[in-house]
Design a protein around this ligand. Structure first.
Ligand code: AMP
Ligand code: MG
Length: 349
């Protein structure tokens, strides 16, 4: 039947025309910026189809902004609703996304010997690092910290069965801030893949994931120095890699000459000591983000903790300014401008 033939030819012709239009074009860089996760997100796509790239970036922007709201520990009806139930000692239903995050986070908690703990919302709030607002001006009272330590729980106190989480008491609330950005970038990469975007870099305030290449060459990414001065090192990141940094410079206040920052050691209830920053490269954002936080908490013991997490590409800046690198990281990192005074390769077998 001619009518049927015409109705098939229509879509095929359209597809062919689009494909030809795409092939004829020179690849170009589409670069967009927007705010999400409390930071500037910079997305670059190297593509022959800028229209497709813009559409995919719109989707990613919308998702990142929505997740940031949904995963806020105290505000709104996502994670905050779960935390209200847990604070009342009652079970809570989890969305598939939050359930998935809790499963991964529980694994990172175990692999990091408890240093990464997504159940520190109460402690983070005690220190005043819980919101998008300005950091606080002084530490909590010793008595309040002692009370927290006496009653402290961890994510291991939660029981997860299907999509329901049950607390053991009332003291454990979830703060996924130590790896939410990494998890979100993994999801964003999956969205790009589904939309046919192959070569891209999604950089959320220096934490990033890379897809493909930029015109046949690896994407080159910068790593910020922990004490100002902009980018101090650079690496060429391969397809699928994630580069995440945790540092004491991201959120902090000074009180009586000392710096108090937002990465808390669950053992002491206080900001972790020993390092200024930790950078991790691996092939997943969730792991890279959780691991950077965990290794920061490990302080000078970070190499052993990195091995336990199955990582081999790490750089740490210690509190005396020494740059410590694993051999695998030493082989690829390039220092921009001046090489730091002390760069040491840690032993690794
Ligand atoms: P990041 O910048 O990825 O290291 O994450 C820091 C954020 O994670 C903090 O602002 C807290 O919300 C949360 N956090 C602080 N200490 C820890 C910890 N020991 N384990 C997991 N999350 C933490
Ligand atoms: Mg992190």
């Amino acid at each position: 039947m001619p009518g049927v033939r015409r109705s098939r030819a229509g879509p095929i012709l359209v597809v062919l025309t689009l494909a030809l239009a795409g092939c004829g074009r020179e690849p170009q860089l589409v670069d967009r910026q927007f705010l999400a996760f409390g930071t500037l997100v910079d997305v670059s796509v190297f593509t022959r189809s800028p229209e497709r790239a813009h559409r995919a970036i719109d989707q990613v922007r919308e998702a990142l902004q929505r997740w940031h709201e949904t995963w806020h520990p105290w505000r709104g009806e996502g994670l905050a609703r779960i935390n209200r139930r847990l604070a009342a000692g009652r079970p809570a239903e989890l969305s598939p996304e939050i359930r998935d995050m809790l499963v991964s986070a529980t694994r990172y908690h175990r692999l990091s010997g408890g240093r990464f703990d997504p159940a520190l919302a109460g402690l983070v709030r005690l220190w005043g690092f819980n919101g998008d607002e300005d950091p606080p001006s002084r530490p909590p009272a010793d008595a309040a910290l002692r009370d927290w330590l006496a009653e402290r729980g961890s994510v291991a106190d939660l029981t997860l069965r299907e999509d329901r989480v049950t607390p053991a008491g009332t003291g454990v609330q979830l703060d996924l801030g130590g790896f939410a950005k990494g998890y979100a970038l993994d999801r964003a990469v999956a969205m790009f893949q589904a939309a046919g975007v192959e070569n891209a870099i999604i950089n959320a305030g220096g934490d990033l994931r890379v897809m493909g290449q930029r015109g046949g060459r690896a994407w080159r990414v910068g790593i910020r120095g922990p004490r100002g001065g902009g980018v101090f090192a650079a690496v060429e990141a391969a397809d699928g890699e994630a580069v995440f940094t945790s540092g004491d410079y991201e959120r902090f206040f000074e009180w009586r000459g000392r710096r108090y920052h937002h990465i808390l050691d669950p053992e002491t209830g206080r900001p972790a000591r020993g390092l200024r920053s930790v950078t991790v490269i691996t092939n997943a954002g969730g792991l890279a983000d959780a691991a950077a936080t965990a290794l920061f908490v490990a302080g000078r013991e970070w190499p052993a903790a990195a091995r336990d997490l199955g990582l081999d590409q790490v750089m740490a800046v210690t509190d005396d300014g020494t740059v410590e690198v694993t051999p695998a990281m030493a082989g690829r990192i390039r220092f921009v401008d001046a090489r730091p005074d002390r760069v040491e390769e840690v032993s690794w077998q």
